[in-house]
Design a protein around this ligand. Structure first.
Ligand SMILES: [Zn+2]
Length: 756
């Protein structure tokens, strides 16, 4: 009787949580807590099948169907997996299976990672990809064929290598679409560089990306996929899971790495601790392991219980999420003045570590997730990433929670906090703010930046507090005397520090640029700048020229802006408002659009149509052209987005920053690019444009090869372009080349030209 009561409770609770999760999108328990309840119900039902009711959550699988897509019927049911949380669970799974099979049947297994992605079913007919669908409700899924075709790791035709063929008449495979950690990071860096909100959850973002109505958006985001199962086929005979994986690999699918065969369950159990400890070092998120009976005939014989096949089980790792209370928010000021809020939490134990602080991202995201002080929040911790708040558990609010707003004044310098137009973040605008100076110098001397040994954060702090340095330029003027007076600074230590400062004067240009701490300019961007500009002076003069042109543009545009914003027109149309924004930020909004410098007049007229009534748009053309010309050295660098160009110009055209640079230059810090020794001058005078994916080298490698032989690489095709180097799935640049009659070449052609 008690059991019946407990199963009823569990059913009700789970159904309620499913409703909160799926219908309200507002879960009040973590996934792990849900899994525990589900598992308990599952076990009770297995031991007492008479307690299973039709409304039990175990009798249905989740659904990801949406109304926006046509549906595809799966060839067979796409099943889910039962979960195991312990070694005992695994042992009893094997025992149950053995009871169902003839006595003395030996079971062997394949162990695979349990990928944290989105399940897809892809069908190939005579080797051609014809259909792709999401899992949906397990019977029908959303048709995402066009979007799946944009995922580079999914072959459009199998086998990829002819000698592995032929492909079966028809085969439907199952796999998981996901973001590699580095790709997800890069996606967020791009969002950040463009001033757009960050994505919090890789899995949800992957799902959202795959369900874009416009497959160009899907294509622009670096999704990956692993394929691990043959669901159904015609003309294919497989006896074991291992053969299946071999088949998939032969066809050219990306199968999950570390999918291995083990003769017994004990062998697998021995593997569990190692596999779990490797979890964070993998390139992709996994939330457990999948153990499959290797013999497909036996697996088939074992059949299905509910929606789960008996022949496979998911071993779940301990949760990386937990809920706790948000008891405070601290404000940190970074070197650029950017304010980052950090959550103070009631201590909570997550996968082996007690967490008391977590990232709250930024204030816009706090507002959009509606996180409030005093909320119970869900916190995630995975790998080396700083733990972060996923969102609030709004169901457990008491009414005493308070909204979290950015501070009005900088807690360190007292300056009013600003939010630059169009920016997500808030800033302390004062470059002399002691906290900003500290963060800046701390970064400047760090490894990967100027790499000055013996200057830890505490030393930096003391030097600033004692007024010995006021910015990073002062470091190069340090003398032994004031240092010797510092605590724990003996002669030897002072000598070492000064030697290390002396060495830092000779760092390569790119390293110096990195050290300046310009918002968004890390090592890669610094390398790009150092290969385009010969010196810091060149960067300054380009930035000054752009700034001057921007001032001229602003002068030309301001009568127009004023007229459009006159008091009579207090109800501005959205379109007009948007166009005024464009005029206010020409470097970000207009320059990138017209960088080719062609037909600016008529294109500007079309873009700013709603402003026509307020003044002469023609007058903007000349100053805009001047701006584009001035910015050319920056905007032609591929990989440098408009926001970065803006940040770079802002930094180098700034008087305060120029003062620091002058100080360093005076002290003998290297400000020049090293003369490059070329491998040959075979490509001298030639200009190349790259498009598409090259077969055996990255774009960076191809650019380096071209530059090493005296050639130049630019971002856009013009009549002056000598060659367009075309790879797989080229963009509009290849079309442009054809229009302008610019010859196109392949990677092999390029190699032949330089003789490698
Ligand atoms: Zn401040």
């Amino acid at each position: 009787m008690e059991l019946e009561q407990r199963t009823r409770e569990l059913r009700e609770q789970l159904n309620y949580h499913i409703y909160r999760y799926n219908v309200l999108s507002d879960p009040i328990i973590t996934d792990a807590e849900y899994d525990r309840l589900y598992h308990e119900l599952r076990q009770l039902e297995e031991e007492h099948p008479e307690l299973i009711t039709l409304d039990s959550p175990t009798q249905r699988a989740g659904s990801d169907l949406s109304e926006d897509f046509p549906k595809i019927q799966h060839p067979v049911s796409v099943l889910s997996l039962a979960n195991a949380f312990s070694v005992e669970d695994l042992r009893s799974w094997e025992e149950r299976n053995q009871r169902l099979l003839p006595a003395d049947t030996d079971l062997d297994y394949v162990l695979e990672p349990k990928l944290d992605g989105l399940t897809v079913v892809i069908t190939y007919e005579n080797g051609i990809l014809t259909k792709a669908a999401t899992r949906g409700n397990g019977e029908v899924g959303d048709d995402v064929t066009a979007n799946i075709k944009t995922v580079r790791t999914i072959p459009l035709r199998i086998p990829v290598h002819r000698d592995k063929g032929p492909a079966p008449e028809r085969v439907s495979v199952r796999g998981e679409v996901l973001f590699f950690k580095k790709d997800f990071e890069a996606l967020n860096q791009r969002q950040e560089a463009e001033g757009l909100p960050l994505y919090v959850n890789a899995r949800n973002t992957a799902s959202g990306t795959l369900k874009q109505k416009d497959s160009r958006i899907t294509a622009s985001r670096p999704l990956s996929a692993f394929i691990y199962d043959v669901l159904d086929s015609v003309g294919l005979k497989l006896d074991t899971q291992q053969e299946m994986l071999d088949f998939l690999q032969d066809m050219g699918f990306h199968i999950p790495p570390q999918s291995n065969y083990y003769p017994t369950l004990s062998d697998i159990i021995q593997q569990l601790p190692t596999r779990e400890s490797l979890r964070d070092s993998l390139d992709y998120e996994i939330d457990g392991l999948v153990i499959k009976v290797n013999n497909l005939h036996l697996a088939n014989e074992l059949g299905v219980v509910g929606k789960d096949p008996r022949g496979a089980i998911a071993y779940k790792f301990p949760a990386q999420e937990a809920s706790t209370k948000l008891i405070g928010v601290t404000v940190n000021i970074g070197r650029t003045g950017k304010i980052t809020p950090t959550a103070q939490l009631e201590p909570v134990f997550i996968s082996g570590v007690t967490v008391v602080n977590a990232s709250l991202h930024n204030y816009d995201l706090i507002a959009s997730l509606d996180i409030r002080l005093g909320d119970t929040v869900i916190v995630k911790r995975s790998g080396d990433v700083i733990p972060y708040v996923i969102g609030p558990v709004t169901g457990s609010r008491t009414g005493s929670e308070t909204p979290i707003t950015p501070p009005e004044f900088c807690p360190f310098s007292g300056d009013p906090i600003i939010q630059p137009e169009g920016a997500v973040d808030y800033y302390c605008p004062n470059p002399r703010c002691p906290e900003r100076v500290f963060r800046k110098v701390e970064f400047f001397v760090s490894r990967g930046a100027m790499d000055i040994e013996g200057m830890g954060p505490q030393t930096v702090k003391t030097l600033i507090e004692k007024g010995i340095i006021t910015d990073e330029g002062d470091i190069f003027y340090l003398t032994p005397e004031p240092l010797l007076e510092l605590e724990k600074f003996a002669q030897k230590k002072v000598d070492n520090l000064l030697a290390s400062i002396e060495a830092a004067k000779h760092r390569p240009l790119a390293q110096l640029i990195t050290s300046l701490g310009i918002d968004g300019v890390g090592g890669t961007i610094a390398e790009l700048l150092a290969s385009e500009f010969q010196s810091i002076d060149e960067l300054i003069s380009t930035s000054e020229a752009v700034k001057q042109a921007a001032v001229a543009f602003r002068n030309a545009a301001s009568p127009l802006i004023e007229a459009a914003e006159n008091p009579g027109a207090n109800q501005l149309l959205a379109d007009t408002q948007r166009n005024i924004e464009r005029l206010r930020n020409p470097l970000i909004e207009l320059v990138p659009r017209y960088r080719d410098g062609q037909e600016i007049g008529s294109r500007l007229q079309r873009l700013l149509k709603s402003l026509e009534a307020y003044g002469a748009l023609d007058e903007l053309v000349a100053p805009l052209q001047a701006m584009i010309r001035a910015a050319q050295p920056l905007i032609r660098i591929e990989g440098l987005g408009p926001i970065l160009v803006h940040n770079i110009v802002d930094w180098f055209a700034d008087d305060f920053n120029q003062g620091i640079i002058a100080k360093m230059k005076q002290a003998g810090v290297n400000m020049e690019a090293e003369a490059r020794t070329l491998s040959s001058n075979k490509l001298e005078g030639m200009t190349f444009v790259l498009t598409g994916t090259l077969p055996s080298m990255t774009r960076e490698e191809a650019s380096a090869l071209i530059e090493n032989h005296g050639g130049k690489v630019t971002g856009s095709v013009s009549k002056k372009t000598s060659y367009v180097l075309v790879g797989d799935s080229p963009g509009s640049k290849a079309t442009k080349a054809a229009q302008l009659g610019v010859p196109t070449i392949s990677e092999n052609d390029l190699k032949a030209m330089v003789g490698v």
